[in-house]
Design a protein around this ligand. Structure first.
Ligand code: E4P
Length: 241
């Protein structure tokens, strides 16, 4: 009898895990840049699902001043068809709420990007209750990811490349977060960030990350294989015969 109950429990748990995975079956590719030309190029490839930006990426493109920054977010939203993360600069609750509401009002695709700090968790909860999408950024541990999910974040951004940079396994964090979210059915999407190369993308796909946000170079690197190059050269040469 006890055995039957145990088997039933295991089967139910397995069913729940399978169902959770099925719900998020399609992996999304975001581009991690504020460069309009690169965003257009990725969009034209037909594989782009969204964009992430941060203050450093905006500065890299020379976008300065509040009005220019807001206009730039709208320009990005007009190129893509998916979510566009725009980061708040404030670090206090009231400031994050004011900035986030202004950002969200810019365009329906804007997702308010909020740092993983105590005030940020409060702000995520606030935006969740208002139906505004959020991306919890600067996540480096499973505990932080659990807090983001409990606050109702739409996305959580574990920075895998920066963890690798300090001799810590970034991909192991993706694995841990996947396990924890699946255990409880949290709907927060795992947005693997700080992706540096194509193997990061492939490993994230194997681990079940919902999204990978990558530089254009990492996405286009997925195209490359020497046998494709030589095979195509051969086909084209033979076609002339
Ligand atoms: C995430 O949203 C961040 O913008 C980004 O992925 C950080 O990447 P980096 O570590 O290469 O700066």
């Amino acid at each position: 009898m006890l055995n039957k109950l145990l088997n039933f429990y295991c089967a139910a748990k397995q069913l729940k895990l399978t169902f959770t995975k099925l719900k998020f079956k399609r992996m999304k590719f975001f581009i991690d840049t504020a460069n309009l030309a690169q965003i257009k190029e990725a969009q034209d490839m037909g594989v782009l699902d969204g964009v992430t930006t941060n203050p450093s990426l905006m500065a890299k493109e020379g976008i300065k001043g509040q009005n220019n920054i807001l206009k730039h977010y709208v320009d990005i939203c007009n190129i893509v068809t998916g979510d566009v993360s725009a980061e708040v600069i404030a670090t206090d609750f009231d400031g994050m709420v004011a900035e986030g509401e202004a950002l969200a009002a810019l365009h329906e695709r804007i997702v308010v990007k909020i740092p993983m700090i105590k005030e940020g968790v409060k702000a995520i909860k606030y935006f969740t209750e208002k139906g505004i999408k959020t991306n919890c950024t600067l996540v480096f541990s499973a505990g932080q990811a659990l807090l983001a999910a409990k606050a109702g974040a739409t996305y959580v951004s574990p920075f895998i490349g920066r963890l690798d940079d300090v001799s810590t396994d970034g991909l192991a964090l993706i694995d841990d977060i996947r396990l924890i979210y699946d255990n409880y059915g949290y709907e927060t999407q795992i947005l693997a960030a700080s992706v540096r190369h194509p193997m990061h993308i492939i490993e994230c796909a194997k681990l079940g990350a919902d999204v990978a946000t990558c530089p254009l170079s990492a996405i286009t690197a997925l195209l490359n294989h020497p046998l494709t190059t030589s095979g195509l050269a051969q086909f084209l040469a033979d076609a002339k015969k």
